[in-house]
Design a binder for this molecule. Structure first.
Ligand SMILES: [Zn+2]
Length: 290
């Protein structure tokens, strides 16, 4: 992943990090990257089926040899999550100790860096804390990254990229997203490694574009992708094989397995579509490695 992000920094664009949750969404990432000739970071948290998804990545790497993809552990909570990811062949890991005091964050991340770098794996950590959208109005400013800590954190831990808190949030925002662009500019001046923006979903195209011009090279996407996936599944079901009649009674048809399969494919198609839109916004179209 480090290589993808260093290239993005030179080229002044960002790479989409897409959270996956089924084999079909893994294939959607590869298909989107192939169609857009864009690099992609396939991300999964320790709470989904990491081992199975890593195997799916290996399968689709063979089907889409033209794609440049990294497999990234998103929000590893404990050192054990990092170990699990290394064992599954992830090429990048995040250890998120952003809720701990500075010194403890440094200590934990340094240990993960030692283990990951020994096998050539990239490490991401978070300084400051990107909170939840539902608490956005109350917590927006309290977790912002402190610019005087950033350069020291990178130096002390040896991380390859740094997730910063500059006003985005995870999930759906309560209130309007308000990014602190001044802080972001200062951080990108202070820190030499690529910067990561968590909470890309429903932040808005213009704000994301501006964040890229100010030094963001990886943008995490989760909520918007899974929402589009679910809408795609529901639409297919409503248009092709409604489960219930107007009275709410289950309708019996003989071929629901076929429909179920097609409905999930429709969800994956919707996921791919919005991911491609983001790749275009991020300027990563046509930037796949030769
Ligand atoms: Zn995140």
């Amino acid at each position: 992943m480090r290589e993808l992000l260093v290239r993005a920094k030179d080229g002044k664009y960002a790479v989409a990090a897409a959270n996956v949750f089924t084999g079909r969404t893994v294939e959607a990432c590869f298909a989107a990257a192939s169609e857009m000739q864009a690099p992609v970071i396939i991300a999964c948290t320790p709470y989904v089926q990491m081992e199975e998804l890593a195997m799916a990545v290996r399968l689709y790497e063979k089907k889409y040899p033209e794609v440049t993809a990294a497999l990234h552990l998103d929000h590893g909570k404990e050192y054990e999550d990092v170990q699990r990811a290394l064992r599954c062949g992830f090429t990048s890991v995040m250890l998120d100790k952003s809720t701990l005091p500075y010194e403890e964050n440094v200590k934990a991340v340094r240990e993960a860096v030692r283990a990951a770098h020994a096998v050539g794996v990239t490490v991401e950590a978070e300084l400051g804390h990107v909170g939840k959208g539902a608490e956005y109005e109350e917590t927006r400013d309290s977790g912002l990254t402190r610019k005087e800590e950033a350069a020291g954190f990178v130096k002390e831990t040896g991380v390859d990229c740094l997730a910063v808190a500059v006003g985005t949030s995870h999930g759906v925002y309560r209130g309007k997203p308000l990014l602190n662009f001044e802080l972001l500019s200062e951080l990108s001046r202070e820190v030499s490694v690529p910067l990561v923006l968590h909470g890309g979903s429903n932040t808005g195209e213009e704000k994301l574009k501006k964040a890229i011009t100010l030094g963001i090279q990886k943008i995490n996407l989760s909520t918007d992708l899974s929402t589009e996936y679910l809408i795609g599944v529901r639409k297919f079901e409503e248009e092709n094989d409604p489960l219930f009649d107007n009275d709410g009674k289950l309708i019996y048809t003989g071929n629901r397995t076929v429909y179920a399969n097609q409905a999930l494919a429709a969800g994956a198609e919707a996921y791919k579509h919005i991911l491609k839109t983001y790749m275009k916004t991020f300027g990563s179209e046509g930037k796949a490695l030769e």
